[in-house]
Design a protein. Sequence first.
Length: 221
Amino acid sequence: MKLIIGNKNYSSWSLRGWLACKQSGLHFEELTVPILGEDWEHIKSSTDELAPSHGKVPILWDGEAVVWDSLAIIDYLADKVGRDRFWPKDEAARAMARSMVAEMHSSYMPLRRTLPMNVRRRVPDAPMNEDVRADIVRILTLWAEARARFGHGGPFLFGTFGAADVIYAPVVSRFLTYGIGVPGFAQAYMQAVWEHDWMQAWIAAAEAEEWVIEQYETPVR
C-alpha cells in the first residue's frame, strides 16, 4: 500500500489517513507532497497517483484499489483487517463512535476555517467568534459523553485507541495550538492522544518540515 499525504504540519485530513493506516497494522509506503506551495499546481497536474482524488490528500493506493477520503480509508482498512480494530465491540458504543466520526467528517466548518491545524505553533488568545465557540462546546460535550459512558477501558474516547480518536486527533492539535481552555477530563484525553507513539512520530516529522504555508500561520480574524 502507498499513502500520499500533504504537509504534516498543516494537513489535518492527512493525519487522519496516516493514523488509520497505522491503526490497521498493515505495512504502507508513505509519500509526502508539499500542498499549496509554489509547485503545487504542477504536482497536481503531473502526478498520476493524485488524479483519482482530483489532487486532494490523503489518497491510499492498494494495488488497483484507490481510496481518497479519510473516512473511506478507515472503512476500507477496517474491511481488510477486521472492524473491531477500529470500532468498539459494544453495539451502543459503536453507534456513538460512528455518529461522532460522521459528525466530525461533515461539520465544524467555523472551527476548521478559523483555527487551521498548525502543529508547530502556539497561538494563545486566538480570536474566536460565537460559531467557533459553539463548535468547541459541542466537541467537548461529545468527548465527555463518550468518556463517561464508554471510556472505562483506557484513556481514549472509547477506552482503546480507535477510529474516533483518529478522526478527532487534529482537533486535539488545534486545541493545543490555540490554547483552548478545556476541563480536566479533556486535558487528560488530549494528553493521551498527544503522547501516543504515532502522534509523537507525526509531530517530530511536522517540526522537521521546512515548508511554510503563510495562510495557515495566522488565525482568521
